[in-house]
Design a protein around this ligand. Structure first.
Ligand code: C2E
Ligand code: CA
Ligand code: CA
Length: 765
């Protein structure tokens, strides 16, 4: 029997030593405390081994001493372990001192038993097997020892109990098992004592307790806790999680699956239908049961404002042997994020007012279209509202916006699915279409229709829309250049409220470019004297040189010799002609001044005055200042004006002309007969000379009638005390005829072409 007990104890000791060995290798913080508890347990175990293996009372006594003091040590270390295991703060100093004092006191008391015999006496008993076994005959000291142990064990057990009541259910097992273990060990111990059993098996219980401590503190992975936590996590996840088993039946769905797809415990078996094919993916449904491979898809479900965006991940689950066990679906609803992203993108790429794409997006879309179908014939169209700024100013921005929305609506109605259009900016809209989809005529018709219907609405101001139409002949040029060409086309009809659509052509472009160049280069040209006068001689009826007409020429550094028609009309458009004229007038005065005191002193020079000069400068002041500056006789300077000067704003200009005449200038009416000249006008015209252009005769189909008119004009001029000059004379018979009619002065290629000053001066010498 003792043998059996010895075996039991040895096995326990070996097990405890194994536990110590394993615990030493653990990196857990609690490992140290566990080792200490286990080492403490070894001591009473050894004590019992000594007791069981010897028949000598002295050795057995030593064994009991080891056993009793050892249990104190176990209790002491167990307190430390428990505090750490249950995450209590360390004991206060005072309690620690008390516990230590009590246990040391008890241990000393046990030790002093060797002298005072107040704890126990060894009592020899013969077991059933005939073996001798020494048991304790308890004295009061031993009872005190047992009481102390009991109190401390109750204290330790209550530490666990407290945790058991205070912690969430999830953590129950962690404390409960050790608590029950302590209760078990205590019961073993006291049962033994109370029942007065010979061999004290409670030591085995203590060892088992030690092993449990080791197991729970070091090895146990808290499986329940982990599972419960996983469950909690998955249940409350914001993504929907649904698990389909190997037969394609849903067996789990979390809360989010309920709120997102209406999948609850009751209708779990309908999960696949509730999710829909877009989410479960075709593989899943086609196969019926199995998901063949993992997949991740972004799925859009629903339409319009109810559209939802899901990020679906499906994981195929297999067991260790590779058998399919089911599929786990994780579905994230990222609708808010996606909507935000789309809204931002929309704002970046669209015009706020009209909702049309903006310029940048338009350029992208057009470039794409050109890349995708480069062989198609395309047109670029740009619309522009005439005087939109004025409309905005007078009627307010709201009205302006209203008009823009109206136009945007018309463009949408007009466009087909292939048309790309945008609000180009401000009051301009651009459209890029196939040439076959819209011709300039169609466009013109539609715009007029729109303008008419717009006028019918509450807004009464006539809104005029112009459109530039560019047939995209060069597909490689940037989109913005295509639009520029439309703008260029519009510029040609800008002030014209009759013409709506202006088609861009290359000639037009060259013309515009030339215009821009002329305007840009004029100042330098004047400064560098690239612009200078030519003189065309004028003769009397007696073939005597009377003077010359001053005609401007531009010796352009790269374009060569420019005749006036190349640049005068351009400069007249924006009034820059004034700069040229002032320059030429000054040159003329300089020439006249250089002739003073020579035989050329009697010659006059005729200068041309553009109608725009009257508009932009004070002609009277300019000319009077000039003759004063150069000390000239104003009668030597003839001023050539045109009919338009006296037709437009007549009274003011007529007054200027009269003042100039009073000052002594000779004023000539240029190109008489080529415009609207009426005889009435002739009556009021304050001029000294009528200058008749022979071109007026040359082009007519009724030369005889023209001759009669010419004859009468010359006659009339005489009667009105005017001198008549004929210009453009190229032929001898023209000259003869004019002489016969009584014309006074003659000019034309027949005599000489316009020439440089030096040549003229040679001629006059
Ligand atoms: P314009 O004032 O009627 O000038 C006469 C034009 O007729 C000149 O052309 C002259 O060269 C041309 N001409 C003279 N004789 C004949 C002829 O026998 N046959 C033909 N076919 N043509 C002849 P040009 O020099 O080319 O000047 C053209 C126009 O440019 C001028 O017409 C005038 O309106 C304008 N212009 C010329 N110089 C100036 C200037 O300094 N200032 C302004 N404002 N206009 C100018
Ligand atoms: Ca002239
Ligand atoms: Ca003329």
């Amino acid at each position: 029997m003792k043998q059996m007990f010895l075996v039991e104890l040895s096995v326990m000791t070996v097990l405890i030593l194994l536990c110590i060995f394993r615990t030493k290798r653990s990196r857990k913080k609690i490992a140290h405390s566990v080792v200490v508890v286990l080492l403490a347990i070894v001591i009473p175990l050894l004590g019992n081994i000594v007791i069981a293996s010897s028949d000598d009372p002295v050795i057995c006594n030593a064994g009991y001493q080891l056993f009793l003091i050892g249990t104190n040590l176990v209790i002491f270390t167990l307190i430390d372990f428990t505090l750490q295991y249950c995450a209590y703060p360390p004991l206060k100093r005072i309690s620690r001192v008390i516990f230590t004092a009590v246990l040391i006191g008890d241990s000393i008391s046990v030790f002093l038993n060797n002298i005072f015999m107040h704890c126990y006496l060894l009592e020899e008993q013969t077991l059933e097997t005939g073996e001798i076994y020494y048991v304790l005959d308890s004295k009061p000291g031993h009872l005190i020892h047992l009481a102390i142990s009991a109190v401390l064990l109750v204290f330790i057990a209550s530490l666990y109990l407290w945790k058991i009541f205070k912690s969430p259910r999830l953590y129950l097992e962690r404390y409960l098992v050790i608590f029950l273990c302590i209760v078990f060990v205590a019961l073993c111990e006291y049962y033994n004592v109370l029942m007065d059993r010979t061999i004290d098996h409670s030591m085995v219980g203590l060892a088992i307790g030690g092993i449990l401590v080791y197991f729970f503190a070091i090895e146990y992975r808290q499986l329940f806790l982990k599972m419960a936590l996983h469950d909690l996590l998955v249940t409350n996840m914001s993504d929907a999680v649904i698990f389909f088993d190997k037969d394609g039946r849903a067996i789990y769905a979390n809360k989010a699956a309920g709120s997102m797809f209406g999948i609850f415990r009751e209708n779990l078996d309908q999960s696949a239908q509730l999710l829909g094919e877009d989410i479960t993916g075709r593989t899943f449904l086609e196969d019926g049961m199995q998901v063949r491979s993992d997949f991740r898809i972004q799925s859009e479900v629903g339409a319009g404002n109810d559209k939802r965006f899901y990020d679906v991940t499906c994981q195929r689950m297999e067991d260790r042997r590779g058998n399919y066990v089911g599929a786990l679906f994780g579905i994230k609803d990222y609708t808010e994020v996606e909507q935000g992203r789309r809204e931002r993108l929309f704002r970046q790429t669209h015009d706020q007012l009209t909702g049309m794409v903006n310029k940048e997006m338009f350029i992208d879309l057009v470039s794409q279209a050109l890349n995708q179908e480069p062989d198609e014939d395309y047109v670029m169209i740009l619309s522009d509202i005439a005087d939109f700024k004025i409309i905005n100013d007078i009627y307010g921005r709201e009205t302006g916006d209203c008009i823009l929305l109206g136009i945007a609506g018309s463009i949408r109605a007009l466009a087909n699915e292939r048309t790309i259009y945008c609000r180009w900016g401000g009051d301009q809209f651009a459209a890029f279409a196939r040439k076959t989809d819209i011709t300039p005529r169609m466009l013109e018709m539609k715009i007029r229709e729109g303008m008419r219907s717009g006028a019918n609405k509450s807004f009464k101001y006539p809104v005029v829309v112009h459109a530039g139409y560019y047939e995209v002949s060069e597909k490689m040029i940037p989109v913005s250049v295509m639009v520029d060409r439309c703008i260029m086309a519009i510029a040609m009809v800008h002030d014209d409220y009759q013409r709506i659509v202006s088609v861009y052509d290359e000639e037009l472009r060259q013309k515009r470019l030339w215009e821009q160049r002329i305007n840009a280069e004029l100042d330098d040209a004047l400064r560098e004297r690239q612009i200078f006068p030519y003189l065309q001689p004028q003769y009397s009826g007696e073939n005597e040189l009377t003077g010359a007409e001053v005609l401007v020429r531009w010796q352009h550094p790269s374009e060569g010799f420019l005749a006036p028609y190349r640049f005068i009309p351009i400069l007249e458009k924006n009034g820059m002609i004034v700069k040229v004229d002032e320059h030429i007038w000054e040159e003329a005065c300089r020439i006249l001044s250089s002739w003073k005191g020579t035989q050329k002193e009697m010659l006059h020079l005729s200068v041309n005055i553009s109608p725009k000069d009257f508009y932009f400068i004070d002609i009277y002041e300019t000319f009077t200042k000039l003759v004063e500056k150069y000390g000239l006789n104003p009668g030597r300077l003839h001023l050539e004006i045109t009919e338009t000067v006296v037709m437009n704003d007549a009274s003011e200009n007529i007054r200027t002309i009269n003042r100039l005449r009073e000052y002594g200038f000779i004023v000539e009416m240029d190109d008489f007969g080529s415009g609207y000249s009426s005889l009435n006008l002739l009556r009021d015209m304050p001029v000294d000379v009528l200058k008749i252009d022979m071109a007026f005769l040359g082009k007519t189909t009724h030369p005889k009638k023209a001759e009669t008119i010419l004859n009468n004009i010359i006659e009339l001029a005489h009667q009105l005390n005017m001198i008549s000059i004929a210009e453009g004379i190229e032929l001898k018979n023209q000259l003869d005829m004019l002489k016969q009619m009584g014309c006074n002065v003659f000019q034309g290629y027949y005599f000489a072409k316009p020439m440089p000053l030096q040549d003229f001066e040679k001629l006059a010498a």
